[in-house]
Structures are given as C-alpha cells and as structure tokens.
Write a protein that binds this ligand. Structure first.
Ligand SMILES: Nc1ncnc2c1ncn2[C@@H]1O[C@H](COP(=O)(O)OP(=O)(O)O)[C@@H](O)[C@H]1O
Ligand SMILES: [Mg+2]
Length: 398
C-alpha cells in the first residue's frame, strides 16, 4: 500500500538521518552537564567524554576518545579495571554497575582526587556500553574533614565543660571536710591549752600550722568556686593590686615547686577601675597561665606584670621570658581554637579579648621573639565607659 510505503520511507529516512542529528544534539546536551559523563565500550575504550570531564581530568575530548578509560584512573584502579571488565563480561557479577560509590580519578597533571561515580549499562546495536557519571568529591571531602575537625573540637569542649562542672562539685565537696578539719583543729588547740598548765609549744605550733594550711586550701577552693560558677557579670570598683593578688593565687595553683619568679609593679597614679572582677581575673589568670606554660624548662623563668596609666586607660602588661610567638601564629592568636597545646582549647585569648572589649577596653600583644618573650597588654577604661555611649541621649522609642 502507498500509505505503508510512505511510512516505511519516513522510517527509513529517520533511521539514516536521525542518528547524526540526535547524536550531535545528545553530545551538546552532555556538554552542558555539570557532572562528568563518560561512555565506554566493553573493552574500556572511551566513546563519549563530555566537557565536564575535560575540566575534571585536564585532557580534551580529542585526546581521550578511543583511549582506554584507565588513562584517567590512578594506578591501583587502572590495574584492576581490565580484569574487572572481563570478569563482568563472563560472570555478569557487577561491583559498581547500578551502584554508586566513591573512587579516585587522576588528573593529567598526576593529581589523584576523590570522585563519586555511578555506572549504568546499556545494550546497543554496537554491543554493551557503560555510562559513567562522575562528580568531583573534593568539596565534599573537605567539608567532611572540617566536620570531623569540628566534632573533635566539640567533644573536647564537652569534656572541658564537664570538667568545669566537676571542678565546681569537687570544690563544694572539699569545702565541707576542710571546714570541719579547721573546726576540729581549733577545738583541739583550745582544749589542749585549757587542760595543761604548760602546753607543749611545739604541739601548739604544729596544730596552728595545720590550721593555716587548711584555711589556705579552703580559701583557694572558695575562690575557685567563685571563678567557675556561672554568674551574671557585675561591675564594681576594684584596685588593680587586689585583682592581681587574686589572679596570681589562682593562676599559679599547680606551679609550686617550679622556680617561676613573678615581678609586679604598679605605678602610683593607677586609679581604681570599674570592672567585673571575676571576668578581669579570668583574663589575667589566662595570661599568667599561658606565660607559666611557655616558661616550662626555660633557663630564665620570669613573669613581669606591670600596671600604668596609658593615655586615659589603665594598661596591665603581662610579659614573660619565654620564646615569644612565631610571626605566623600572630594573626590567628585571638581566634578560637588557636592552641598549639595538646590539652589546650585555644579559647583563652579569644574569650579574654572579648571580655576586654565588652569592658570598653582591648587586649593586644607584642609577640616578641628573637630572644624576647611575648607581652600581652590589657587596656581598660577607668570608668564603665557608659558616659560616651549614645544610648542615653537617644529619645525613647515607643
Ligand atoms: N605568653 C605566650 N608566649 C608564647 N605563646 C603564647 C603565649 N600565650 C599564648 N600563646 C600561644 O597562644 C595559644 C593560644 O592561647 P590560649 O587562647 O590561651 O589557648 P590555650 O592556652 O588553650 O592554648 C597558645 O596555645 C600558645 O601557642
Ligand atoms: Mg590559655
């Protein structure tokens, strides 16, 4: 029939013309894909290699068409690939076809990088072909690494904060027996004096010493509790020497037996400052502890703390005879997690600076180096700094 004949002619036309047209269209579509697309035949020869692949691997399509796909695989994958293809041809057991997984690719310049690969299979008149879709997994690998780092940091933080809570609890637990011990010693000393006409001086002295040691322990614990416990910030007038006394006592806990020399000097014109004492002590404790830590095993172990008026602010400097801070560490020094210590969190200086700035002051450093230790400078305004805040002058908002 005419009609059938015409249809057949159309179909024939389509079968002779369409492949070129649709092939070209298909290739241009493949070139717009973000993912790399590679088609190989049963022997691993590349039939299609789109533009994204050129970006991924550095080879052009002209270089790659007809070549074995092993060219863009690192050695350990390449060696196994022929066997894999032939075993699949014979057994039909697929290890990757129809499944996605992470593999490695090799760039023209030799660099090996992670790739997400999924492979599909197609039966064509020319035989079996495999279509691989490739996605650069580097951004994901970096992201995963960052997440892993953050997780480690988080775990560490959680441990440290658990320690803080334990510290509080321990301080509380120890306070009671210490107070009891002091009371028993007082009672013993009183009783001893009252029952003997000539009490043994040596015994009295020893009991007195025991009492003073227990009192000192209790006072350190008391101070630690105040230091650790969560509380609302509260400013009050404080003397610089009082702040230093308390900070030094806490900061040097655990440094007994070390030969750290602490030199302090406070200029006569340094006024009282209006600050939250616990917070300022937190800064000073951190600075002094950091200094004490870098002084371990140093020939000269000295911490110099000085206070003076600097312009209209009080400047507290904490300098040490340590190695100073390497130039490359300085830019990140006040950022969180910038510790080079195994047990350090690297939060001390970050928190210290933010406390200083909340007080209208600042924390800066002269990194020293070349035989000079680091010198941290804490600048604090004398008042609360509220007088130059504009909030008070602003009309009230409804
Ligand atoms: N006085 C100092 N001399 C040399 N390096 C210091 C000094 N103080 C701090 N640093 C460096 O700055 C880092 C960050 O300090 P900090 O924020 O207190 O965190 P952490 O004490 O937990 O490490 C320290 O790990 C150390 O490398
Ligand atoms: Mg520290």
């Amino acid at each position: 029939m005419d009609h059938t004949a015409e249809t057949r002619t159309a179909a024939e036309r389509a079968s002779t013309q369409a492949p070129d047209v649709s092939q070209a269209r298909l290739l241009s579509v493949l070139d717009t894909a973000v993912d790399g697309i590679i088609v190989i035949d049963e022997l691993g020869r590349i039939l299609v290699y789109n533009r994204a692949c050129e970006r991924l691997f550095g080879y052009t399509a002209e270089e790659m068409i007809g070549r074995n796909v092993k060219a863009i695989m690192p050695r350990r994958y390449a060696d196994a690939h022929d066997d894999y293809l032939s075993s699949y041809r014979h057994t039909g057991v697929a290890r990757i076809i129809g499944i996605g997984r992470e593999v490695e690719g090799q760039h023209k310049d030799g660099a090996v990088f992670p790739l997400d690969l999924s492979v599909g299979e197609a039966q064509t008149p020319d035989g079996r072909q495999f279509i691989g879709i490739l996605r650069d997994a580097r951004p994901r690998a970096e992201y995963e690494q960052r997440v892993a780092e953050l997780q480690t940091e988080l775990l560490h933080m959680a441990r440290v904060s658990a320690m803080d809570e334990m510290g509080s609890a321990i301080a509380h637990e120890l306070n009671q027996p210490l107070t009891a011990a002091i009371l028993y010693l007082q009672a013993a000393s009183r009783r001893f004096k009252s029952i003997s006409a000539e009490p043994d001086e040596m015994v009295l002295e020893v009991v007195g010493k025991a009492m003073r040691e227990a009192e000192r322990a209790a006072s350190i614990i008391q101070r630690m509790r105040g230091f650790i416990e969560k509380r609302e910030p509260k400013r009050k007038r404080c003397t610089v020497s009082g702040l230093l006394d308390e900070s030094l006592e806490l900061a040097l806990v655990g440094s007994k037996g070390r030969r750290i020399e602490v030199v302090r000097s406070i200029d006569a014109d340094v006024p009282e400052i209006e600050v939250d004492p616990i917070q300022i002590e937190q800064i000073l404790v951190n600075l002094i502890r950091n200094a004490a830590e870098v002084l371990v095993d140093r020939e000269e172990q000295r911490i110099e703390i000085s206070a003076g008026l600097y312009e209209d602010r009080v400047r507290l400097s904490v300098a040490d005879t340590g190695p100073g801070i390497p130039a490359e560490a300085v830019p990140d020094l006040f950022k969180a997690f910038s510790s080079n210590k195994r047990s350090g969190l690297g939060l001390g200086l970050a928190i210290s600076r933010s406390i200083a700035q909340n007080h209208g002051g600042d924390l800066s450093v002269d990194p020293g180096g070349g035989g000079r230790g680091a010198c941290f400078r804490l600048d604090l305004p004398v008042g609360t700094g509220d007088d130059d805040a504009t909030d008070d002058n602003r009309p009230e908002t409804p």
